[in-house]
Write a protein that binds this ligand. Sequence first.
Ligand SMILES: [Zn+2]
Ligand SMILES: [Zn+2]
Length: 267
Amino acid sequence: MDFKCSVSRCLEDVAWQCNCPEKFKFCLTHSKELMSHSRLKKCLAGNIKDKYLELLAKQYKNALNHVESDCIKLTQEMICEIYNCLKDNCNYLKKKKNEINNLILSEQKNKAETIANWANTLSILQRGKNQYCLSVRKLLGIDNSNIKIVIDWEKLEEELNTLRKNFEESCKKINGLEKELKNSNETNKKLSDAKLKKKYLSQENRNQFSVEEFKKRLSNLKKSDKFKNLLAQLDLQDFQNRFVQSNEYIFKVFISNDNKCIFICEI
Ligand SMILES: [Zn+2]
Ligand SMILES: [Zn+2]
């Protein structure tokens, strides 16, 4: 049905229609033209504004009816897909049940138990459904607020992944630093041990003489306390008890030819 104003090039909404066989229509602006026409043709005009608006709304709503019908079609396809998945699962489980029957009959209890264990680990209801629900909303949703929820959710998930990644990297860095600190502590300990050892050795060296120097010092000393003190510095076996604490006198000192042993004779 044509709802254009019969006045040439007029695009306004129509408000009147006459009862001529041509059913001329006029907008409010062209009411004068309508009156001239009615006088001339002796026709009557009726208000069609409500009818026009009703038809206009119907025409626009028609676009939504198409969407509605498409939504139902797409939803049916998805339901069909889910139903097929359920059917496949039921068939698979039926097959597994038959397999268990045969295994029990052929005394292969272990294999039947393996199937039961597999079933126990599936925990279908614990599976994450959120991602799927969001995907369904994204696929079927037509409301912008719904789509926004999905986009927000995806953004949050992305942010969460970034945070998780950063956290893992930080943990790795901390582990690396801890290792470095441990190594550095070990190195410091080694250095400090080496320093202590060096200090100890230098102190010890002060109490040690070369064999030649020892012989030279021996020849310079007679049977005196200085002689004893010199021998005491060497921390010889039993020397402290026998000669220093018991206050014994040294009669003679021999040094073996290989310079490895020293013999001290008491009086
Ligand atoms: Zn008319
Ligand atoms: Zn008009």
